[in-house]
Design a protein around this ligand. Structure first.
Ligand code: HEC
Length: 148
């Protein structure tokens, strides 16, 4: 009795998984959308990291220092994700090598701000923060299409 029950549950599961596969077409455009939305999700994360966590006006040095360290760590993590992303066909430029170069530059700038914060070089943080934003802008200028 028990065996039959288990068997039918197994059958249902197999059938369900077959259906799930069928209802998910992996056409080229589907794939393209995935890559595009993946990049967008990462970019939103990056945006939050950049604009929420670093406050140059904060006069509490320790808070600033820890904020900059967190920011550096997150920027590095996200840069690694960006380096793995395949650029999609709607971008302004189709140059994966250049794209990766900017992603690596972002990583290095994240590393710089982290190390400066770690070493209490707080007077350097604002400049490094601006350099991170420069990298965002440079890559956007090359790869992002203008909003219609
Ligand atoms: C290696 C290149 C590169 C770097 C570096 C980069 N971006 Fe982007 N970003 C892109 C591309 C390409 C798009 C357009 C994505 C699309 O339309 O699919 C984009 C889009 C965005 C968007 C809009 C997402 C949307 O929903 O359309 C935001 C916000 C953003 N980036 C923030 C940032 C911030 C903040 C930084 C710097 C900390 C940064 N980006 C660094 C390549 C980059």
């Amino acid at each position: 009795m028990m065996k039959i029950k288990l068997f039918s549950i197994a059958m249902i599961l197999i059938l369900l998984s077959a259906c799930a596969k069928e209802s998910k077409p992996s056409t080229a455009s589907q794939k393209h959308n995935d890559i595009s939305s993946e990049l967008k999700v990462i970019m939103h994360e990056l945006n939050m990291v950049i604009y929420d966590r670093y406050d140059s006006e904060l006069d509490k040095d320790n808070t600033r220092r820890r904020g900059a360290m967190k920011l550096g760590t997150s920027v590095k993590d996200i840069s690694i994700q960006i380096q793995k992303i395949q650029i999609h066909k709607d971008l302004k430029k189709q140059d994966p090598v250049l794209f990766k170069k900017y992603a690596k530059e972002l990583y290095n700038r994240g590393d710089t701000i982290y190390n400066q914060a770690y070493n209490y070089e707080l007077d350097k943080l604002d400049n490094s923060y601006k350099n991170i934003q420069k990298t965002c802008k440079t890559c956007h200028k090359e790869f992002r299409k203008k909003k219609k």
